[in-house]
Design a protein around this ligand. Sequence first.
Ligand code: SR1
Ligand code: MG
Length: 399
Amino acid sequence: MSVYHTLTAADAVEYARRHAGVDQPGALVAAEEVGDGNLNLVFKILDGQGVSRVIVKQALPYVRCVGESWPLTLDRARIEAETLLVHGGFCPRHTVRILHHDAGLAVMIQEDLSDHTIWRRELINNVYYPQAAGQLGEYLARALFHTSDFYQLPQHKKAEVGRFSNPEMCQITEDLFFTDPYIDHERNAYPPSLAADVAAIRGDGALKVAVAGLKHRFLSQAQALLHGDVHSGSIFVAEGRLKVIDAEFGYYGPMGFDLGTAMGNLLLNYCGLPGLLDLRQAADAREQRLRDVRELWLAFAGGFQALALEKSRDIMLAEPGYARQFLHQVWVDAVGYCGTELIRRTIGFAHVADLDTISDEAMRHQCQRQALSLGGTLILAAARIPDVDALVARVRQNG
Ligand code: SR1
Ligand code: MG
């Protein structure tokens, strides 16, 4: 294991030559730093023709978008690589391939996905990938089923819960999703015109009790190895293809959290569309997003049920009817977590371009307000929304 130091572009090239396992390592000649996320350094490693061949990703010991005042564990790089290796073992089609990783340097080398695009960018630019949501549902079904008690042997699963203990990254989620937006905190960010909406959220006792329940389940339910941050910026798409990246928030938690985060990002896009596109295009794109939410859930639930029937190893969890009952609880959780994602991405620390890039200020605030009211509705009504068709109806009602 190597001693940590921050890689320069030249170091990244040398590292890739040594460890990427490409046919002609000498052909790797340059690196371009392309990290645009909140946390890490990301280098594309280029050959002499300027073609990107692999990705070298290194965790920094602090939150990149804030600076050294917010230190952050380097162990997240190990967690990320190991989560993706586990998920990739069960769903290679939709998980980025990890070619090498080194916990000491907090570095991993990943397959290059330059022929794909980040899904969020495409959702904002009105480029539709009709298969993407179903493929994401398949990824979640395979990754979550195979790491759950339906499939893992109990002693192995408990050891895995330890291997994927990720307390510092979990605390970011615990704070940013479930606490900050509901209190006065310097990390929050929203325009003055949303102050009344924010005050209404903070003054709503029933809403805060429901959020407390969601936080409590996030803290205590080790159901499966989650991705932990599966928003549309952690997903690459191409025609007929989808690959999930960026699992540094991976840990054993409630399955509904991953489903809810993914649904929440589709609905954030839904809320932003009237500010991003003209009237007619926005209406069509909104229908696509609702179809996406439906496809995502149905692919997940159908895939999970099929796996449960075929591969459950615990004789009692395999009892006919149990997987269906369990999935209902996952659904209720997912609707609630979806609501918390809508709220925290609108008034909390980490916003999304689907709302923030709306150029017309009044329209932006209107879209943000819609995200807040939809988020609150979903959190409060989760247990009374029986299925995904009822969810789609609720979203339409919300305007
Ligand atoms: C300090 S990290 C802020 C956010 O970025 C990540 O992608 C996660 O969503 C996290 O909540
Ligand atoms: Mg990330």
